[in-house]
Design a protein around this ligand. Structure first.
Ligand code: ZN
Ligand code: ZN
Length: 388
């Protein structure tokens, strides 16, 4: 698999870092030990500036190149997931109920690998800002870092990020010019009726039958209210109610997710969902409390930067292993907040044949880190070449 030679030379170090991080997953905004580890490595590499404590446990490090030029931002996420690891690997999580099941330990390692190379070679103009963020999975760490002003403070002109892709061969890359990851909204509905004996439904107002009907009815947003050509997902993912076979409960709770790319489609769902639920509630005689939360926006690559990044990936991986127009996904990504403010691109890098992300058997392939690091390093050299 083609990678930069110098990065190949410290591949073993990267594997050691990655496996160490894998053993100590941290959650949300509280990636303090991970950040400490990252800062220590960056200090060893001799980067020029390290700014810690951004968005609680995030950090930005600067490497100066040769001569004047813009600042390119490279972002890695550091957080893990609240789930039990079931890989049985010798370096499996040492913390019960926490797992790096999305490969963010690998993303952190890729950026560390690129940092080591870039600090050593400095074969670029301007500066590189290495952005290590907490809380990608939940909590919008990227948004907090943007709100705390990193893009202006460090004069970051463009931003790039990578995510590993299980099911895509190691050493492959794909991206797309334009929308690549969806916006994610969340809804929850509390249905309140009148509880009673399961044998006497006529004396109750059953919230379960109302909830069942509501779940069916909201699917018509996709099938009947929506123009076929724009992507839209409405999924009900939780329903909780009841305690015994002979009790009709007083309440039921429904929860779900909405994925969109287009703001008009998002606005339509946001209007239509409460209308349908209220209509259903009236027909069953229950009352409802609806909570609709707007989450991460769609991740939208700027076409020029996505094309440029794809060309760099071709240089690293070869034409046959890069899909510059690989389509969009309905997952969400908080790097979206950075791309709302700066041009840039989000790319996927193949992670081979493993269980999917967020699965207890998910495994990050350490070779993915070297291909990611090689991409980041070459991206900087090509984006900001030294004036000849
Ligand atoms: Zn994830
Ligand atoms: Zn992830």
């Amino acid at each position: 698999m083609p990678i930069l030679n110098r990065i190949a030379e410290f591949q073993n170090d990267m594997t050691t870092w990655r496996r160490h991080l894998h053993e100590m997953p941290e959650l949300g905004m509280e990636c303090y030990e991970t950040a400490k580890f990252v800062a220590a490595r960056l200090r060893d590499f001799g980067v020029d500036e390290i700014h810690e404590g951004i968005a609680s446990s995030g950090l930005v490090a600067i490497i100066n190149g040769q001569g004047d030029g813009p600042t390119i931002g490279l972002r890695a996420d550091m957080d893990a997931l609240p789930m039990q690891e079931e890989t049985g690997l010798p370096y499996a999580s040492k913390i019960d109920g926490r797992m790096h099941a999305c490969g963010h330990d690998g993303h952190t390692t890729m950026l560390l690998g690129a940092a080591r190379y870039l600090a050593e070679t400095r074969n670029f103009a301007g500066r590189v800002a290495l952005i290590f963020q907490p809380a990608e999975e939940n909590g919008g760490g990227a948004q907090v870092m943007v709100n705390e002003g990193i893009l202006d403070t460090y004069d970051i002109g463009s931003v790039y990020a990578l995510h590993n892709a299980p099911g895509t061969p190691v050493g492959h890359f794909y991206t797309t010019p334009g929308p690549i990851m969806a916006a994610v909204d969340t809804f929850s509905i509390t249905v309140t009726g009148v509880g009673g004996h399961g044998a006497y439904p006529q004396d109750t107002i059953d919230p379960i039958i109302a909830a069942a009907s509501m779940i069916q009815a909201v699917q018509t947003i996709v099938s009947r209210n929506h123009r076929t050509f724009d992507d839209l997902v409405v999924s009900v993912t939780q329903i909780h109610s009841g305690s015994a076979d002979n009790i009709i409960p007083a309440t039921a709770w429904i929860n779900g997710t909405v994925r969109t790319f287009d703001k008009d489609v998002q606005a339509m769902v946001r209007k239509r969902l409460p209308e349908i639920i209220q209509g259903q509630a009236a027909s069953f005689g229950v009352t409802v409390e609806i909570d609709y939360e707007i989450g991460y926006p769609a991740t939208i690559n700027s076409p020029d930067e996505a094309g440029f990044a794809a060309n760099v990936a071709v240089e690293i991986a070869g034409e046959a292993n890069v899909e510059p127009d690989g389509g969009r996904e309905m997952g969400a990504e908080d790097f979206a907040y950075m791309l709302e403010h700066r041009p840039g691109a989000y790319l996927f890098v193949g992670n081979g044949d493993t269980a999917g992300v967020h699965h207890p058997a998910y495994d990050f392939d350490d070779k993915t880190a070297t291909s990611g690091a090689s991409f980041f390093a070459r991206l900087v050299e090509r984006a900001q070449p030294i004036a000849s």
